[in-house]
Ligand binder design. Structure first.
Ligand SMILES: Nc1c(NC[C@H](O)[C@H](O)[C@H](O)CO)[nH]c(=O)[nH]c1=O
Ligand SMILES: CC(=O)[C@@H](O)COP(=O)(O)O
Length: 153
């Protein structure tokens, strides 16, 4: 049986982070978590490119442009979508998730979906390092696994 090795090993990867400014109190923490975790794998600050967009709905477009630029080996897309009074939340979540997934599936580099979709600010803060777990750091772990795995394919 041929098991492809997806273990997390240190490599010099060039990483893109695309982060939404909407709910910056949360998304800045996601970004910090992602960068800190990437540094643990030996990724230097010089090898991390950060692009900011207004909101989650703008993540797919800039993620696609960065993916096709040839500047990065993988991308982490970060945002925080927090439910309001109307159905706008549903459309933002659905279209952002679909758009980011399409870029990862159809584009040249893997893209991690690090967009929080929560009912309230407390849930978002909790998942941005407030109670230990940081979705940005989780995405960094996953991206390194994907990059190591794809190097074997
Ligand atoms: N309500 C949230 C938004 N809304 C803005 C959209 O993402 C988009 O920027 C606007 O519709 C213009 O195209 N964005 C978030 O990231 N988080 C939210 O909670
Ligand atoms: C996720 C959103 O777009 C949301 O914050 C918008 O709030 P509202 O539905 O009250 O307009």
């Amino acid at each position: 049986m041929n098991i492809l090795n997806h273990s997390r090993i240190n490599h010099e990867f060039k990483i893109g982070i695309v982060v939404a400014q909407f709910n910056a109190l949360v998304t800045e923490k996601l970004q910090q978590g992602a960068v800190s975790q990437l540094e643990k794998y030996g990724v230097s600050d010089a090898d991390i490119t950060v692009a900011t967009v207004p909101g989650a709905l703008e993540l797919p477009r800039i993620t696609k442009k960065l993916a096709n630029s040839g500047q990065v080996d993988g991308i982490i897309a970060l945002g925080a979508v927090i439910r309001g009074e109307t159905s706008h939340y549903d459309y933002v979540c659905a279209e952002t998730a679909n758009g980011v997934a399409q870029v990862s599936l159809n584009g040249p580099v893997p893209v991690m979906f690090g967009v929080l979709t929560t009912d309230n600010i407390e849930q978002a803060i909790s998942r941005a390092g407030g109670k230990g777990d940081n979705k940005g750091a989780d995405c960094a772990d996953g991206l390194v696994e994907m990059l190591n795995l794809e190097q074997q394919l």
